[in-house]
Design a protein. Structure first.
Length: 197
């Protein structure tokens, strides 16, 4: 009986693992270019993308509203594919959760939300410092890696130009190889032309 239960648990685990890999393989990821690596962080260039945002005292409260929006609760009843990562801000200036819309959407064709608590907008392009961490994200981990990233930037004399953003790449059902990141907008000069991104 114990062997049967163990085998059943293994089958469930493998099924979840395979499903999570298939979902990640089919999910569009927000594009960026790695400009350089500094210590444990990356300097990235992010092109402008369309985003849907919900602000509240509890940033996690927006997930259901954002999911309803991409599920068709919008002015054109359009079903929008889920992308990755989810953006979360937790600061005195703003508590919010944002979804990145697929690349095919722009300021002219992005569906408008029926829910007035949501905002659809074009996010600015820019340079960011990024640091990765694994497992399920939580406030303790976020504080540790925000501090670590800020320390690296201070050491190399790169100035931040905004608040940290938490990026969550995986659904709660993915058990291993989870990916989370902290990104911080920075003042960064580069001679390369990134217009083509």
């Amino acid at each position: 009986m114990k062997i049967y239960k163990a085998n059943a648990l293994i089958r469930i685990f493998l099924t979840l693992l395979i499903c999570s890999k298939l979902v990640m393989a089919q999910t569009e990821m927000q594009p960026y270019e790695i400009i350089e690596n500094i210590a444990d962080c990356e300097i990235r260039y992010y092109p402008a993308v369309m985003m849907a945002k919900h602000k509240s005292k509890n940033p996690g409260a927006g997930f259901g509203k954002l999911f309803n929006y991409i599920s068709g609760n919008n002015n054109t009843e359009t079903k929008i594919a889920m992308t990755t990562p989810v953006h979360i801000k937790k600061s005195q200036a703003e508590n919010s959760m944002s979804f990145v819309l697929p690349r095919k959407f722009n300021i002219d064709n992005a569906p408008l939300p029926n829910d007035n608590s949501l905002k659809v907008f074009k996010g600015d392009s820019g340079y960011f410092a990024a640091i990765k961490y694994s497992g399920y994200t939580n406030e303790s981990k976020e504080k540790v890696f925000i501090k670590k990233l800020q320390s690296i930037l201070k050491e190399v004399e790169i100035k931040s130009s905004g608040e940290p953003v938490i990026l969550v790449y995986n659904s709660p059902y993915k058990l291993i190889n989870r990916r989370n990141e902290i990104i911080i907008p920075i003042s960064y000069n580069i001679s390369n032309n990134n217009e083509g991104l």
